[in-house]
Design a protein. Structure first.
Length: 183
């Protein structure tokens, strides 16, 4: 898969959190409310049906490194891209071998947005958050289900009771919620 740069990543790697959710990895959240407001007449989206929160910032190299160290000792789903280490825009290094991989943030890059992740990597990150950030091999209880069921090929549909999710226009039209990047 081709790497996704930060400008596109910002729209994928922002997270939403229902107001009743709790996260172990910390994020700065912005509250979005005013349920019942009208959609923007030009775009047809923007109406809010329920209160929720959205992360103020993209997922950082430090946060993604925690994820990798928790589930990617084998890295069976290629959650780490060599571009993260070799490209000047990358912010994560990998050491060790298969079964013993470990990950570290490049100096001075911890708070930078993570680059070179695919949409499926993002879904797996969100599943990991939803599952309580477990440690172990990539599988049903860690990365392959939770919000998005990836192993069945239906990963694009999110669970209706999800605490964490990727904001999208689909949510705006189908679920009655919309998320916007707020800095």
């Amino acid at each position: 898969m081709s790497p996704i740069k930060t400008s596109v990543l910002a729209s994928l790697l922002l997270l939403c959190l229902n107001l009743n959710g709790m996260a172990v990895v910390t994020f700065d959240w912005a509250a979005v409310g005013n349920p019942g407001n009208d959609d923007d007449p030009q775009t047809g989206i923007g109406g809010v049906e329920e209160n929720y929160r959205i992360s103020k910032h993209e997922v950082t190299n430090s946060q993604y490194t925690e994820f990798l160290n928790a589930v990617a000792a084998d890295d069976t789903n290629f959650l780490f891209s060599n571009h993260m280490e070799l490209d000047t825009q990358g912010g994560i290094r990998r050491s060790g071998g298969i079964g013993n991989y470990s990950y570290a943030v490049k100096p001075g890059r911890g708070d930078n947005p993570v680059n070179f992740v695919s949409f499926f990597d993002v879904m797996r990150f969100v599943n990991w958050l939803e599952n309580g950030q477990p440690t172990g091999n990539q599988g049903t209880g860690t990365t392959e289900s939770g919000v998005y069921t990836i192993d069945t090929g239906t990963g694009e549909m999110r669970a209706s009771n999800a605490t964490f999710f990727i904001p999208s226009d689909y949510d705006a039209h189908q679920k009655g919620t919309t998320c916007a990047h707020l800095k």
